[in-house]
Design a protein around this ligand. Structure first.
Ligand code: ZN
Ligand code: ZN
Ligand code: ZN
Ligand code: ZN
Ligand code: ZN
Ligand code: ZN
Ligand code: ZN
Ligand code: ZN
Length: 288
């Protein structure tokens, strides 16, 4: 390149890029491939700001910075954006696949473990709508939907089956989860309870089956009874009460074979639901 005469001991016989000799002053060793080249074929790698031969330097397909082969990886053709050169600042490893390199612009973070999952290997929890990696997603047995660990739920009647949180409701009697097939409405209080707590013959829940007369109902129950009946039941003698995991269930005898059954959530003073039973049938209303 400088065209000076020189001996082979001082300089290089061949630049690896153009295969021309170079003098000692213009000879370089590439820090990426470790091969000799001339100063005309020298460039800088943006990662670590070191020199390298031009054959080893190329732009990152994500950020566009020119980097050497040592500071770059190639993504596979089946990556979401195809095979690209990626600098070490832009490369991620997809947890949803085989840990293959992908670009930072091709991934989302798993909402459970915050590891990267590429758009080809990511899926969304049907309950929270967030992206999760395959290790943190489970397919529900009956509905075949995907749920994350936080939104996977169980039915106490079939503990080995996987459900989504929105497919299972807690039984107010026992507090355990029950799927749609293993819960039914109590004919007395109207609440959805698990089938284990629903008596076959009476169709009453375990709480309604054991209502007991109490002499002196607590203040919040008296207040709720007023709200439920509009003050129709003055006599506290005819009250039968039961208590379970989530509610106090109160049955008021209004005379003429009319009874009102209301449920009061623990800590509340307003009934959650009121069912009125009479000779003509039952009417349920939800208060809240
Ligand atoms: Zn090189
Ligand atoms: Zn050269
Ligand atoms: Zn980059
Ligand atoms: Zn480099
Ligand atoms: Zn994860
Ligand atoms: Zn979720
Ligand atoms: Zn139950
Ligand atoms: Zn009941």
């Amino acid at each position: 390149m400088c065209a000076e005469d020189f001996c082979a001991d001082h300089g290089i016989a061949l630049c690896r890029v153009d295969e021309q000799p170079a003098c000692e002053e213009h000879a370089r060793v590439c820090q990426s491939c470790r091969m000799e080249h001339c100063s005309a074929h020298e460039g800088r790698c943006a990662e670590g700001d070191h020199s390298a031969c031009s054959a080893c330097l190329e732009a990152c397909g994500s950020c566009g910075r020119v980097v050497c082969n040592r500071h770059a990886q190639q993504s596979r053709p089946d990556a979401p954006k195809g095979s690209r050169r990626l600098c070490i600042a832009c490369v991620r490893y997809c947890e949803g696949g085989t840990n293959e390199p992908v670009g930072v612009d091709e991934v989302a973070q798993c909402a459970s473990c915050s590891k990267s999952v590429c758009t080809a290997h990511q899926a969304v929890c049907v309950v929270d709508g967030h992206v999760h990696c395959s290790r943190h997603l489970h397919r529900t047995d009956a509905s075949r939907r995907l749920v994350c660990a936080a939104h996977r739920a169980d039915c106490a009647e079939e503990p080995e089956a996987i459900f989504a949180a929105d497919e299972v409701a807690a039984c107010p009697v026992c507090g355990r989860g029950a799927c749609a097939q293993h819960r039914a409405a109590c004919a007395h209080c109207g609440r959805q309870v698990c089938t284990a707590d629903l008596q076959q013959q009476s169709h009453r829940c375990a709480t309604c089956a054991q209502l007991a007369t109490i002499a002196d109902p607590p203040e919040e129950v008296v207040a709720a009874a007023l709200a439920a009946t509009g003050g129709a039941s003055r006599s506290r003698r005819a009250w039968r009460v039961g208590r379970d995991r989530t509610h106090v269930v109160v049955e008021l005898d209004l005379g003429w074979r009319r009874r009102t059954v209301f449920t009061l959530r623990h800590g509340d003073t307003v009934p959650e639901s009121v069912v009125t039973h009479s000779l003509v049938g039952s009417k349920r209303r939800t208060v809240t």
